[in-house]
Design a protein around this ligand. Structure first.
Ligand code: CS2
Length: 443
C-alpha cells in the first residue's frame, strides 16, 4: 500500500483527485490510500472520521444523478493539533506523493513581486519558531525530515488554479528553504519533483438539502457528501520522482507540457466564472445556471471567451469553439446549483491569474479587452458595495478593503485603491476600468 498525503481535503479534492484515485485503485496493481491534512479547521475530520472517511460523490449530469461511495481516504489530520504527526508522514517512506488543494491564497504569493510573502504572519512565525502552519512551511520542514531520515524521492503535486502551479510551488518551497536556512537546496534538485497540473471539475459547496437527498436516495445519513458534475478533466505533467497511481486508467492524462491546457482552463473557464459571479450578483442572480441563462450575461461571457481564446497558444485554437460551447453547457447545468457567491470569494487572488493575464497578453499586442475590463469593473463594484454596507468579504485582503473604505470620502479614489490591490501592470488603462465601475454604481 502506498500513501498520498493530501493538504486541503475539501470538496474539490474529494470530487476530483480522490475520485480518480478511488477508480485507479480498481485498475492498478497497487492500492493507494490518501491521508488528508486540514491546515486550519477540524470540520472535514469531524464530519468524516465517524464514517471512516467514506463519503458519497453525487455526480449530476443534466439527464441523471449517480451516487458513488468513495473509500480512498483513510484518515484526516488537523495541522494545528499535531504538526509533528504531519511532518512524520511527509518523511515516512510509505508516502510517495504529497498533493495540495489549498486554494490560491494558501500559497502566500506576494502579488507585487510574485515571490513568497515572507511578511505574512504565519510564514514569518513558522520561519522563526520552526513550527509549520502553512502548506509551504509543512512541505519545507517535512522534506527536511525526509532528507535526514531516508531521502527517498518524492513527488509534490499542486492541484490549484495557479498559473504554472508546479513550478510556482517549487519556487515557493525553494524560497522558504533559502530564507529559513532549511538546507534542502541540493536534495530538492535531485529527488523531489513538482509536476504541473490542470484540474477541472465544477464542485459546489455541500448543503443540507444535498445531505437529505443522499439520505433519501442511498439510505445512508452521510454527514459530508459532495456534489459535482459528470465532466472531469485532469492533465498532469509526467514528471514523477517515484511511483504514481494508475490515474490514467481513470481518465487522467499524463503529458509533457501542461501549460497550454492550463492557460485555456484558467482563462476560459475560471475567467468567465469570475465574470459571471460579479456581473451575475450585480444583476440579481444567485446561481451560475441562472446567470448564464440571462441573455446579456451570456453574450458577455461569449465575448470574454473570444478575448481569452485569442491569447492562447496556437495548439488550443482549433477546438476552442467546441470547448467554449461545452463550457456554456456545463454552466447551464441546473442540477449543480452552484452559487455565484462561492465563486466570488478570494477575487483578489483569482483575478490576476484569470483575467489580468488575458488583458496583459492582449495589451502587449495593442488589442483592447473590453469584456475583461468589465470583469474587473464588476469585481470593483462588488468589493465597493460590500465594504460600504459593512458586509463580510470572503477574501484574504478583507482587512485592507475595510481600511480603504475608511480612507477617503472620494468614491473614485477608494475604487482606485481597491484596484491597486491587484497590482495591475503600470500600463493598464485604469481610468477606463474606474469609469466603467462608476457607471455601474450610478446605474
Ligand atoms: C471556480 C472554480 O470557485 C471558483 O473560483 O471558478 O472552483 C471552478 O469551479 C473549478 O476550477 C472548476 O474546475
Amino acid at each position: 500500500m502506498k500513501r498520498i498525503l493530501h493538504l486541503g481535503p475539501g470538496n474539490f479534492f474529494r470530487a476530483h483527485q480522490a475520485w480518480y484515485t478511488h477508480h485507479a485503485n480498481a485498475h492498478g496493481n497497487e492500492t493507494w490510500q490518501i491521508t488528508g491534512v486540514s491546515l486550519k479547521s477540524s470540520t472535514a475530520r469531524d464530519n468524516l472520521a465517524p464514517q471512516d472517511c467514506d463519503y458519497t460523490l453525487v455526480i449530476n449530469s443534466v439527464a441523471d444523478t449517480d451516487y458513488q461511495r468513495i473509500t480512498v481516504i483513510d484518515r484526516i489530520l488537523v495541522g494545528p493539533e499535531n504538526p509533528q504527526a504531519i511532518i512524520d508522514l511527509i518523511a515516512d517512506p510509505a508516502t510517495v506523493i504529497v498533493s495540495l488543494t489549498v486554494t490560491e491564497k494558501g500559497y502566500h504569493i506576494d502579488a507585487k513581486t510574485g515571490h513568497l510573502n515572507t511578511g505574512n504572519p504565519d510564514i514569518a512565525a513558522e520561519m522563526s519558531d520552526g513550527q509549520p502552519r502553512t502548506a509551504i512551511g509543512f512541505l519545507a520542514f517535512g522534506l527536511q525530515q525526509r532528507q535526514q531520515q531516508n531521502a527517498d524521492p518524492i513527488t509534490i503535486i499542486s492541484c490549484d488554479n495557479l498559473s504554472d502551479n508546479g513550478a510556482t510551488l517549487k519556487k515557493l518551497v525553494q524560497e522558504f528553504d533559502q530564507e529559513a536556512s532549511v538546507g534542502l537546496a541540493d536534495w530538492l534538485k535531485k529527488s523531489v519533483t513538482f509536476p504541473g497540473t490542470m484540474v477541472d471539475r465544477i464542485t459546489p459547496a455541500t448543503t443540507d438539502s444535498l445531505r437529505q437527498e443522499v439520505h433519501q436516495k442511498t439510505g445512508w445519513a452521510d454527514a459530508s457528501p459532495v456534489a459535482t458534475e459528470l465532466f472531469s478533466e485532469w492533465i498532469i505533467e509526467d514528471n514523477f520522482a517515484a511511483a504514481r497511481p494508475a490515474w490514467d486508467q481513470a481518465g487522467a492524462q499524463f503529458v509533457d507540457d501542461v501549460s497550454p491546457f492550463e492557460q485555456r482552463k484558467l482563462r476560459l473557464l475560471n475567467g468567465t466564472h469570475s465574470f459571471l459571479a460579479y456581473a451575475g450578483l450585480y444583476t440579481g442572480h444567485t446561481y451560475v445556471h441562472e446567470a448564464i441563462a440571462d441573455a446579456l450575461l451570456r453574450k458577455a461571457v461569449e465575448d470574454l471567451m473570444l478575448e481569452a481564446t485569442a491569447t492562447l497558444p496556437a495548439a488550443m485554437h482549433s477546438d476552442a469553439a467546441d470547448y467554449c460551447t461545452e463550457l456554456i453547457e456545463r454552466f447551464a447545468n441546473p442540477a449543480l446549483k452552484h452559487e455565484l457567491a462561492q465563486i466570488a470569494g478570494d477575487g483578489s487572488q483569482k483575478l490576476p491569474v484569470r483575467i489580468l493575464s488575458t488583458i496583459t497578453d492582449r495589451d502587449s499586442k495593442g488589442i483592447p479587452s473590453p469584456r475583461a475590463f468589465d470583469a474587473i469593473a464588476y469585481w470593483l463594484v462588488f468589493i465597493h458595495q460590500r465594504s460600504a454596507a459593512g458586509a463580510d468579504i470572503n477574501d484574504p485582503l478583507a482587512k485592507r478593503f475595510a481600511e480603504i473604505q475608511q480612507s477617503s470620502d472620494d468614491r473614485r479614489s477608494r475604487l482606485s485603491a481597491i484596484l491597486q490591490t491587484l497590482s495591475p501592470d503600470a500600463s493598464l488603462d485604469q481610468d477606463r476600468i474606474l469609469d466603467r465601475a462608476e457607471t455601474l454604481l450610478d446605474a
